[in-house]
Unconditional design. Structure first.
Length: 136
């Protein structure tokens, strides 16, 4: 974990490819660490930039944001809300952060993409197309 305190969120670099650490708010980071995590998600959180909620850029996928992502390999687009496991309801588009898709997307910015291994052994490349912050 990299914990920083920044005055201006625009200081985060905007990159078209996923090459930097994910950005995670400190409250979400603490709560996520209480769950049994996949090795991949634990590694992402280990290298995350952890900031206060108000310092997270508006185009970052965080808990309770709605985001649209593109599965580059099969060309599908899907809108989801990223939630904690006890709030998951796939029929309503509420996807747990502990699922492969949720783990892959947390902390990414619009335009960033990540290659992520799924339980069936397939490697998928997911790209964030849009993010909408929750009202609360």
């Amino acid at each position: 974990m990299i914990k920083i305190n920044i005055a201006m969120t625009q200081n985060f670099p905007r990159e078209s490819e996923y090459s930097g650490p994910p950005v995670v708010c400190s409250a979400d980071y603490v709560r996520l660490r209480q769950y049994p995590l996949s090795d991949e998600l634990a590694e992402e959180l280990d290298r995350a930039i952890v900031v206060e909620r108000e310092q997270v850029p508006m185009d970052v996928v965080t808990m309770h944001t709605r985001c649209t992502y593109i599965d580059q390999g099969i060309g599908t687009q899907r809108e989801i809300e990223l939630v904690f496991p006890d709030e998951a309801d796939p029929a309503m588009g509420k996807i747990s952060v502990l699922t492969p898709v949720g783990s892959a997307l947390i902390g990414l910015r619009v335009g960033q993409e990540i290659a992520w291994e799924f339980p069936d052994g397939s490697m998928r490349r997911l790209k964030v197309a849009s993010v909408t912050q929750s009202a609360g």
